[in-house]
Design a protein around this ligand. Structure first.
Ligand SMILES: Nc1ncnc2c1ncn2[C@@H]1O[C@H](COP(=O)(O)OP(=O)(O)O)[C@@H](O)[C@H]1O
Ligand SMILES: [Mg+2]
Length: 244
């Protein structure tokens, strides 16, 4: 039983733009799936539909009930609030008592490597640390499904590699299902069990394949010939999608 089922989904915006056409896709519970495609192919639109933030023009989306975490490219933190208060916000909005939400937010910050930064304000944190806070805020509700929309695209390469590695650790420990949007071949291969390649105008699925490499994946994998070969194959499929 898939956690998410996308069946024949199309999305046409009010201005007539057909962003998605005939998308079908099942996501298994616990899977780490990347959606890889050029800018404008409808990746963000697809994620928003899965989150229920917009509805399809045609087709249906089934999703198991339960919480969703959503991480955007921008960390979108409240600048006047501490890291702890930012992370605790979703729990506060649910009416959870202060002591419990602070305990959970503290644990979530710890899980993303920010132990000791509870009282820091966003302006005191680097780009990578702000993204960690954003990730902690998504995880604090213990979602079954984590949707990530190019979360690390604005970060420098070293920071991005660290966050990739730490995200895999969190995924393995928590068992959360991840749908990760990226336009980076390298990032999608490093992270994913499965890559869905999208083509543009209209956005559609062009390829869907598995990266059958074991976890944990670390720097050994990133620098291996196997990784380079997977990246070559993924690049080829992306090229085909862009030529189609
Ligand atoms: N709210 C909207 N209204 C009209 N067109 C939109 C809207 N959101 C996205 N689009 C268009 O839909 C297409 C896909 O956009 P998007 O999902 O953001 O792509 P991606 O995330 O892959 O870059 C683009 O042509 C974009 O301009
Ligand atoms: Mg996008």
């Amino acid at each position: 039983m898939p956690l998410v089922g996308v069946h024949g989904v199309s999305k046409v915006f009010d201005n007539g733009v057909r962003a998605l056409s005939g998308i079908s896709l099942d996501v298994a519970a616990g899977e780490f799936l990347s959606i890889l495609g050029p800018s404008g192919c409808g990746k963000s639109t697809l994620l928003r539909l899965v989150a229920g933030l917009a509805s399809p023009s045609e087709g249906t989306i089934d999703r198991e009930s339960g919480d969703i975490g959503f991480v955007f490219q921008e960390p979108t933190l409240m600048p006047w609030a501490s890291a702890l208060a930012n992370v605790a916000l979703p729990l506060k909005l649910r009416g959870m008592a202060r002591s419990e939400r602070e305990a959970r937010a503290t644990a979530a910050l710890d899980s993303v490597g920010l132990k000791g930064f509870e009282r820091a304000f966003p302006r005191e944190l680097s780009g990578g640390m702000k993204m960690r806070v954003s990730l902690a805020r998504a995880l604090v509700v213990e979602p079954r499904l984590l949707l990530m929309d190019e979360p690390f695209a604005a970060l420098d390469e070293i920071t991005r590699h660290r966050l990739n590695r730490d995200l895999l650790g969190l995924w393995q420990r928590s068992g959360v299902t991840v749908m990760f949007v990226t336009h980076s071949v390298f990032e999608s291969v490093f992270l994913s069990q499965r890559i869905v390649v999208m083509a543009a105008r209209p956005g559609r699925v062009s390829a869907d394949f598995r990266v059958t490499e074991p976890y944990p994946r670390g720097e050994d994998f990133r620098t291996s010939a196997t990784y380079a070969e997977w990246c070559r194959q993924a690049s080829q499929r992306l090229e085909q999608a862009m030529a189609a």
